[in-house]
Design a protein around this ligand. Structure first.
Ligand code: SF4
Length: 326
């Protein structure tokens, strides 16, 4: 074991000084139907692309402290932490892959989803032009790249989930989901005879261990896992990904699942896979498990795998038009 200090990012004042938002910018909630979200979403992308959330940085540093000095695992984590500081100080993307761009928008009655979608797409195109996002959207078969991260039909990229809620505020969450880690997500249908996994938490445990073992050397570990138990195939995967918006310091409100998470996290970190698959004690930084409802005939375990470069942020616009990034 070695010590490792948590790197210090640039002060938030310095980040704000680089903001693309005019100093007096406010969302005009008096006329919600006409509100323009584009500038705020552009700033959200700028910050998310270059700045890793503090809880993830602290988890990487804590993992580094458990690795053997001069081991490949320790060196890999050192490089990641150095990378975190460099990206933040230069305002540059944290990873060359800026991922699939996914938004969750929660808003009061009166906001036009059609207009909001157009504004978010404008922000994504502008962020791509400014090199805060890599042009990652290509047609499936021909791999034709429009160069602006917008699929021409407005269906598949960026991904935007809308939900109307009862609060007077607008909340926009963003996740930049790397392609490598997306590739190692997995979905299981229980019972699974090959795994010896039945329809209970023991079976779920076997699925999660199997997914992490199969991911080794891919997906840029240490990973973070979102696990949805139940739902149909679509809802299970959607929810498992949304769980990755949680902070690593959050505690599962379901006591049984909270205990399951902490015990399994410890077990997963005995697999020896380590950072980037180089070996070591830091294979997974955290996991979030949630139980959904399901059809009696189906029992899915859907696992979304996030790489160490877990870029997520929440933008809140309050009823007075004030803005906050967390
Ligand atoms: S999986 Fe994550 S860390 Fe690895 S290349 Fe993709 S975005 Fe970057």
């Amino acid at each position: 074991m070695t010590s490792c200090s948590v790197p210090t990012l640039t002060p938030i004042e310095a980040v704000e000084a680089q903001s693309v938002l005019p100093a007096d910018w406010q969302a005009d909630f008096q006329n919600l139907a006409a509100v323009d979200l584009q500038p705020a979403v552009l700033e959200l992308i700028r910050r998310t692309s270059s700045r890793l959330p503090q809880d993830v940085i602290e988890a990487l540093a804590a993992g580094r402290a458990t690795e053997t000095k001069d081991s490949r695992g320790a060196n890999a984590l050192d490089t990641m932490l150095e990378n975190v500081v460099l990206a933040d100080s230069h305002g540059a993307p944290l990873c060359q892959d800026t991922g699939t761009v996914i938004f969750w928008v929660r808003h009061p009655f009166g906001l036009s989803q059609r207009r909001a979608k157009a504004q978010i797409r404008q922000a994504v195109a502008e962020a791509t032009k400014r090199s805060w996002l890599r042009p990652n959207c290509v047609s499936a078969l021909a791999a034709k790249n429009p160069g602006n991260n917008l699929d021409p039909f407005g269906e598949s990229h960026p991904v935007i989930h809308f939900e109307e809620w009862e609060h007077p505020t607008v909340e926009i969450q963003i996740m930049l989901k790397g392609g490598g880690c997306e590739n190692v997500g997995a979905q299981y249908r229980l019972p699974d005879v090959a795994l010896g996994a039945g329809r209970d938490l023991k079976g779920v445990r076997k699925c999660i261990i199997d997914a992490v073992v199969k991911a080794q050397g891919q997906g840029c570990s240490p990973g973070i896992l979102g696990v949805a138990i139940g739902g149909d195939r679509v809802v299970g995967y959607e929810r498992s990904k949304e769980l990755l918006l949680r902070k690593l310091t959050d505690t599962n409100p379901n006591a049984e699942l909270a205990a399951f998470e902490s015990a399994l996290l410890a077990d997963l970190n005995t697999l020896g896979i380590g950072p980037m698959g180089y070996g070591g004690a830091t294979t997974v930084l955290g996991l979030f498990v949630e139980e959904l409802w399901r059809h009696p005939a189906s029992f899915y375990v859907s696992i979304s795998y996030m790489c160490w470069s877990s870029r997520r942020m929440t933008l809140t616009l309050d009823a007075q038009g004030g803005i906050a990034f967390q």
